[in-house]
Design a protein around this ligand. Structure first.
Ligand code: SAM
Length: 207
């Protein structure tokens, strides 16, 4: 986990940007959500563009992010479009404020790679707790094949901090399998972009 002031500043500087639905949200919807209904938890939702997309597709969305600035911009978007989506300022490594078996879906785009292995294990066990049986957790993270892998100070295995303080935990498919050994892995695919960015896109089902 790293200082939320860094994220507040990033969100402030990028006001008016990153507020369009992402390709990953569309992929998840088309392949894993369409024709189903229920509740979706968006972890590290940022300005909420993907949450708004899922809401508009008929899901009941709860969104969490620890940046008050991201939530401010999310709520401004909600006001503009007369939406009512639950959006809480919350540090996700401190537990999830929901009952057991609450959600059909959990989702996180580029939200899981700020945590140590120890924190991730706690987060994954919380996600499992709040998902219903056969519920799906869909997430995208940076992969160990990303161009920035290995740059900066090594904090722990596959986790680096650059000179600006920005932290990233890069994921391998072996790590995903180990971290989600209590889930059925339905999809784990690497997406490589021309600019050298590389992502893992994962869908894991609660057993
Ligand atoms: C790369 S952005 C992704 C935002 C959004 N999911 C998207 O795809 O546009 C990462 C988000 O994670 C949030 N975040 C980082 N660490 C967090 C933590 N410990 N608890 C909750 N949110 C966190 C940041 O505030 C930021 O909004």
């Amino acid at each position: 986990m790293f200082d939320k002031k860094i994220w507040d500043e990033k969100h402030r500087e990028s006001a008016g940007k990153y507020n369009q639905v992402t390709g990953f949200a569309k992929l998840c919807y088309a392949n894993f959500i369409k024709r189903k209904s229920g509740r979706l938890l968006d972890l590290c939702c940022g300005k909420g563009a993907d949450s708004i997309f899922f809401h508009n597709k008929g899901l009941k969305v709860s969104a969490l992010d620890y940046s008050p600035e991201a939530m401010k911009q999310f709520n401004e978007l909600q006001k503009k479009y007369s939406l009512f989506i639950s959006a809480l300022v919350k540090e996700i490594s401190e537990g999830l404020p929901f009952e057991d078996d609450s959600f059909e879906f959990a989702y996180s785009r580029l939200g899981l790679h700020y945590f140590t292995d120890k924190e991730l294990r706690k987060i994954v066990s919380e996600i499992k707790r709040v998902l219903k049986s056969e519920g799906l957790f869909m997430f995208q993270v940076k992969s160990v094949n990303d161009r920035n892998y290995g740059k900066g100070k090594e904090l722990e295995k596959d986790m680096y901090q650059d000179e600006t303080g920005y932290v990233r935990h890069f994921f391998s498919s072996e790590y995903v399998e180990e971290l989600f050994k209590d889930f059925n892995i339905i999809m784990c695919e690497e997406r490589n972009i021309d600019n050298g960015s590389s992502y893992l896109e994962v869908v894991a089902e609660k057993k």
